[in-house]
Design a protein around this ligand. Structure first.
Ligand code: NAD
Length: 448
């Protein structure tokens, strides 16, 4: 087990969603005393009972152990948090504002405003949420104003890079830690709060607050650009008869380019990349440097066009009209190993097909309940074979291993036509064609 130094700071984690619940459980696992805080009473009750409100491999076990150790507790009380914590991690949501590309900072502001009046002694507040550059500077003033301890309370920024599906590993052994700090004291306190992680050899990059905020959005903008770049090549392939799969594989041999995140497909989605690139472009415009990242608008559009192209291909495959066409949709989550359906490309395609008159039935190994709750108008089934029954066309929309390994012969036995659209290049065309399927994929010629 882990035993932190006797002077280890006591931690609070404010906002216990995907990021916060993971951070809280991992920090307790590393030996810290941790108090998780959320305004959502249901979530706090669930977490206290050892139930995770979302799907994340490995996290339920860690949560159970952390609770049993007595080092992890949850509360809705900010007074308790202010009393308890030496270092407070702010992990609340920063979604896109409805009707605007800007990040909605009301949750971050509310969390800091709720905590600050309870900060009566020296404490460090650490922002982990993804925010527009300049937010930390604004929050520093807010803290000074509202905290009884005044200047004794400092703000730092420690952006989070975890990936859903790999959240535990990414938290315990991240590629790097970024510490945006305004003082030597804050720098040392953050090092104390991550001592066991740093001891594993994880590199630490120390910066000012603005740079730390920017590292996160710059990283996400780069990743979104890399995905959209190869998807732009897919568009070119589609009009020239070239094969983007082979193109991507060939590019990947160049170490300067690299194959990771160079996967052509249905594009990116989820609660981070889409809203983060929009917020970044918007913030740059506010600052008068919109031109510098204007290309992000193109990335967003390239990404959106993949969803449109997938729907057009389904129409083509079924011979023109989607009216009454029975579609088996494999996948709803924005990516495999997640139950997250925020801005999920898979669901966007299913919804468009539904609106065009198709009868869509969806299966997803983890996101089924979330999808059903958000889109009760769509059809659902209990497993892949169930939704494939009597389908006129099968769509692979989220590349779960379970779908990759499915037997085309077995699925072929229940459909009306052996026609499949593989939007994620997850199926083996040779195998599916050998089983008599018409195999189509985004960015690839009709016969591969
Ligand atoms: P989430 O919606 O899952 O969780 C946010 C939590 O904050 C919710 O439980 C909500 O009830 C709580 N909350 C809202 N207002 C609050 C308040 N005033 N006080 C206390 N709690 C409050 O969101 P998430 O996916 O965990 O994302 C959180 C932040 O982390 C975002 O800025 C996101 O961009 C960033 N981030 C997320 C990921 C990821 O993979 N999910 C990765 C890196 C960074």
């Amino acid at each position: 087990g882990h035993t932190p130094a006797p002077d280890a700071p006591r931690l609070t984690v404010i906002g216990t969603g995907y990021l916060g619940a993971t951070h809280a459980a991992c920090m307790a696992y590393l030996g810290y005393e941790v108090l998780g805080v959320d305004i959502d009473e249901r979530k706090i009750a669930m977490l206290s009972a050892g139930e995770l409100p979302f799907f994340e491999p490995g996290l339920p076990e860690l949560l159970t152990k952390a609770l049993a150790s007595g080092r992890l507790r949850f509360t809705t009380s900010f007074a308790e948090a202010g009393e308890f914590g030496d270092v407070h991690f702010v992990c609340v949501g920063t979604p896109q504002t409805a009707g605007s590309p800007a990040a909605d900072l009301t949750y971050v502001d509310a969390a800091v405003a709720a905590l600050a009046p309870h900060l009566r002694r020296r404490a460090l507040v650490v922002g982990k949420s993804t925010v527009p550059v300049g937010t930390a500077s604004r929050l520093t003033s807010l803290l000074r104003e509202l905290a009884p301890a005044g200047d004794e309370v400092e703000l730092a920024w420690n952006p989070e890079f975890l990936r859903e599906g790999f959240a535990v590993d990414d938290t315990l052994t991240p590629d790097r830690l970024v510490f945006g700090v305004a003082s030597e004291w804050a720098r040392r306190r953050l090092r104390d709060a991550f001592a066991p992680v740093i001891a594993e050899g994880v590199p630490v990059k120390e910066t000012d607050l603005a740079t730390a905020e920017l590292v996160k959005v710059a990283a996400n903008a780069f990743l979104a650009t890399k995905i959209s770049y190869i998807n732009a090549m897919a568009e070119i392939c589609e009009t020239t008869g070239a094969d983007v799969r082979d193109l991507a594989d060939a590019l990947a041999y160049d170490a300067r380019i690299g194959g990771r995140f160079l996967q052509p497909g249905l594009g990116f989605g989820g609660g981070c990349l889409p809203k983060d690139i929009r917020a970044f472009a918007h913030r740059a415009e506010e600052l008068g440097v919109g031109r510098a990242v204007a290309f992000l608008h193109d990335m967003d559009e390239i990404n959106h066009r993949r969803r449109v192209r997938a729907v057009d291909l389904v129409r083509e495959i079924v011979g023109g009209s989607l009216q009454g066409v029975r579609v088996a949709a494999f996948g709803a989550a924005f990516k495999p190993n997640s139950d997250d359906i925020r801005d999920a490309p898979a669901l966007a395609v299913s919804r468009t097909l539904h609106r065009a008159g198709a009868k869509v039935r969806i299966f997803d190994p983890a996101a089924l309940d979330n999808a059903r709750r958000a889109h009760p108008e769509l059809g659902y089934g209990e497993n892949a074979l169930d939704v494939a029954r009597d389908a006129d066309v099968v769509l692979l929309l989220t590349e779960w291993t379970e779908f990759r390994e499915i037997d085309p012969e077995v699925v072929g036995g229940v459909v009306t036509h052996r026609r499949v659209l593989d939007t994620r290049h997850a199926l083996d065309p040779i195998r599916w064609q050998a089983a008599g399927w018409e195999y189509r994929a985004l960015g690839r010629p009709a016969h591969v």
